[in-house]
Design a binder for this molecule. Structure first.
Ligand code: SF4
Length: 412
């Protein structure tokens, strides 16, 4: 199985026919590098945490350089390529040479996948047939609402009817997933019901609902909050309930939400309710502080205590999403509550050296250990997985976490 990615570059908003009203990259400031798992030990800031996280490309890459890098990648591959994914910071549907790129890739006769598109760049419904003819087999397509007026207003889509017609045609022939960012009072309630009804009618494979974020603690780390001044945001629990309601109302539609909840697998952290699986994890026999986000904390506590660990080892910061923890979140921790070994989320946006300084600033040295990359699949990830995949991912994550506690932790 060889998957290749075609990176077309581009910047969110700038290369999307303007920002959608709710875009997380709106108002993004040029914040200094955060530090991350990829940084060198002596240098805070690498390409990923200073540029990649902001999707900071100068603009779309010219077709020629996209094609050249793709061909260079292709030459390094020994086996047959089984899938090609088009991705970038900008929206593929707005890529100026989109048709040429698709035609070029289509000649390879390999299944194509568009990782994400808003469809705002599609002005002719026939593009759907062209994509299908060129082996597009999977697409994630932002919908917002089935009502073209709402789509026009909130996504700034100049041709909303065409975009909706494109996903309708695609859904008939290929695996099309719809993505919807939910703005309470705008596209939830009746609007959401009608949108799901429409999506279920056209035959989409699944619908990914995303909770809108408007404040730093909800994950806006680019100094860009609020995205929409005065806009209400669902609490995580409200949003999870909404997922349950939607899934119950549309049993023929695969629905899952991020950050919570995937009703099909009771995930993320489906493991917490599976004693047979939990029994296969190692026992926790040492003590270390596990720093995590507000959403994951209670679930991680449940698993750690099921394996004999002390639930108070798990400490939540205010930031809801663990992978978006920054050094400010670590600064907010009450140091006397921490053990001498602190495990931070694998993807936390902090530099290890700086984290150690911040967490030892009371004169007590605390070793910082980076935890596993993932402990659970959020709704966006689990959408394309089986229950077995989800549980394997969680088991692997917790196995690695408990091993770290037992390897680096202090006696209880
Ligand atoms: S299409 Fe996506 S990346 Fe572009 S502005 Fe809209 S939400 Fe942002």
């Amino acid at each position: 199985m060889v998957h290749l990615t075609v990176d077309i570059g581009g910047r969110p908003g700038a290369n999307c026919r303007g920002f959608c009203a709710y875009c997380y990259f709106k108002h993004a400031k040029d914040v200094p590098p955060f530090g991350c798992r990829y940084c060198l030990p002596f240098l805070k800031g690498c390409d990923y945490c200073s540029r990649g996280v902001k999707e900071e490309y100068a603009g779309f890459l010219p077709l020629r350089s996209v094609a050249e890098s793709f061909l260079a990648d292709l030459q390094t591959v020994m086996d047959d390529v089984t899938r090609i994914t088009i991705s970038g910071g900008g929206d593929p549907s707005c890529y100026p040479d989109f048709r040429d790129l698709i035609e070029l890739l289509g000649k390879l006769d390999v299944p194509l996948h568009i990782g994400y598109t808003s469809g705002k760049g599609f002005d002719d419904p026939a593009i759907a047939d062209f994509l299908i003819a060129n082996h597009l087999t999977e697409v994630s397509f932002t919908v917002f609402a089935a009502d073209p007026e709402l789509r026009k207003k909130w996504m700034h889509d100049p041709t909303p009817e065409v975009s909706l017609e494109v996903i309708r045609r695609l859904s008939k022939e290929i695996e099309a997933y719809a993505a919807i960012v939910i703005l309470p009072g705008i596209n939830d309630g009746r609007v959401l019901f009608e949108t799901l009804l429409w999506l279920s009618g056209i035959g989409v494979k699944g619908v990914i609902l995303m909770r809108f974020a408007n404040y730093p603690e909800q994950g806006l780390i680019l100094d860009n909050a609020p995205i929409l001044s005065g806009q209400r945001v669902h609490t995580v629990e409200e949003f999870a309930d909404l997922m349950r309601e939607c899934a119950a109302s549309f049993p023929n539609l695969r629905i899952s939400g991020t950050p919570l909840y995937d009703p099909l697998f009771d995930s993320p952290f489906a493991l917490r309710n599976m004693p047979d699986h939990l029994d296969h994890l190692p026992r926790v026999d040492k003590k270390a502080t596990i720093v995590t986000g507000a959403v994951a904390s209670s679930y991680i506590r449940a698993v750690i205590s099921a394996r004999g660990g002390d639930a108070s080892m798990v400490i939540a910061v205010e930031k809801e999403i663990a992978s978006l923890i920054t050094i400010d979140d670590l600064r907010s921790l009450h140091l006397p509550d921490l053990c001498d070994v602190v495990i931070i989320p694998g993807y936390a946006f902090v530099h290890d050296g700086e984290a150690e300084k911040v967490l030892s600033r009371d004169g007590v040295y605390r070793m910082v250990v980076r935890g596993p990359e993932v402990l659970a699949a959020d709704g966006e990830t689990s959408m394309g997985m089986t229950e077995g995949d989800v549980l394997t991912l969680e088991m692997d994550g917790f196995f690695a976490l408990i091993q770290l506690i037992n390897q680096y932790g202090c006696p209880p």
